[in-house]
Write a protein that binds this ligand. Structure first.
Ligand code: SAM
Length: 285
């Protein structure tokens, strides 16, 4: 059987009794047009190995395979989906590898073939989406070359946010210090079965090259946690916690980074936070 000849997803869900389980953040995409659009955000995958987190009944899985990925590894925690995924695997001509596991605990780098680019795609379970993103952002060496990720709209906005906006915070700084990011596609809640309470959006992240990617994720994590933890205060005050871990004062660190100590965190651009993390590291020794 070919991918085109697979039964409609609604029939597969009915035949295998795959009702959505809220505890696993299950909201399915059954519209092949939409899953095709999401897969196309990955670009040419003919020489690439794709990995999909949370394939569920396999709508996006089918689209990734139909888009021509060289191989696709799926990681699914809910064993109820294995039968339906197995049928897709058979129709894919041996291109699908199914791993039953909690994606937070999987070493994707060790699980994927090494001869080609690796691309992450996912309609992420909302309850673990941000944790998975942080895991991938902090991975060093970076094992993936693009990520196409569906989040709640509010989380997607926080990834791509610009300084001076309400959504700008730690997630924007860490994402943008490590990757080039862009909003790929906005998806209304009604596109899912069952519909979640909020809209979603797909973001596309491309890791920056080694010489442009900020390497010291620990320092960046500490200064952004301190600065945005009390975002209404001036940096002179909010940064006291991070500075306390070094011999320097918040004022010293900010001056070394060329940032006005009277400014608030949300006005400092990503380059400013990179300098601040460097100043923190230099003071910490
Ligand atoms: N990709 C499917 C789609 O678009 O129709 C399903 C998306 S649904 C929002 C999230 C999927 O992630 C579910 O299949 C759920 O079982 C799975 N999931 C939830 N937590 C997971 C985890 N920690 N590791 C792996 N899969 C997980």
């Amino acid at each position: 059987m070919s991918l085109d000849a697979l039964p409609p997803l609604r029939d597969v869900i009915a035949a295998h009794g795959l009702g959505a389980n809220k505890a696993f953040g299950q909201h399915f995409l059954l519209d092949l047009n939409l899953t095709g659009k999401i897969a196309s955000l990955a670009g040419d995958m003919s020489a690439a190995h794709a990995v999909e987190i949370g394939p569920g009944p396999g709508g996006l899985t089918r689209a990734i395979l139909a888009a021509g990925a060289k191989t696709l590894t799926v990681i699914e925690k809910d064993s109820r989906f294995l039968g339906a995924l197995g049928e897709i695997g058979t129709a894919s001509g041996g291109r699908l590898d199914i791993i039953e596991a909690d994606a937070l605990k999987v070493d994707e780098d060790a699980s994927l073939p090494r001869d080609g680019a690796r691309i992450i795609l996912s309609n992420l379970p909302y309850n673990v989406g941000t944790l998975l993103l942080i895991k991938w952002l902090e991975a060093e060496p970076v094992w993936w070359s693009r990520a196409v990720l569906m989040f709640q709209r509010e989380v997607a906005d926080r990834v791509v946010a610009a300084p001076g906006t309400k959504a700008y915070g730690r997630l924007a700084v860490i994402s943008q210090a490590r990757c080039e990011v862009r909003m790929g596609l906005k998806v209304p809640a009604r596109a899912f079965t069952p519909p979640p309470k909020v809209d979603s959006a797909v973001v596309v992240l491309d890791p920056l090259p080694d010489d442009k990617r900020f390497a010291d994720v620990e320092a960046l994590g500490i200064v952004t946690a301190s600065a945005f933890g009390q975002r209404r205060k001036t940096l002179r005050r909010s940064l006291a916690q991070a500075a306390g871990q070094t011999g320097a004062s918040a004022e010293d660190l900010l001056t070394a980074a060329g940032i006005d100590p009277g400014a608030r965190a949300e006005t400092v651009d990503v380059a400013g936070f990179r300098r601040l993390a460097e100043a923190w590291r230099a003071a910490k020794g």
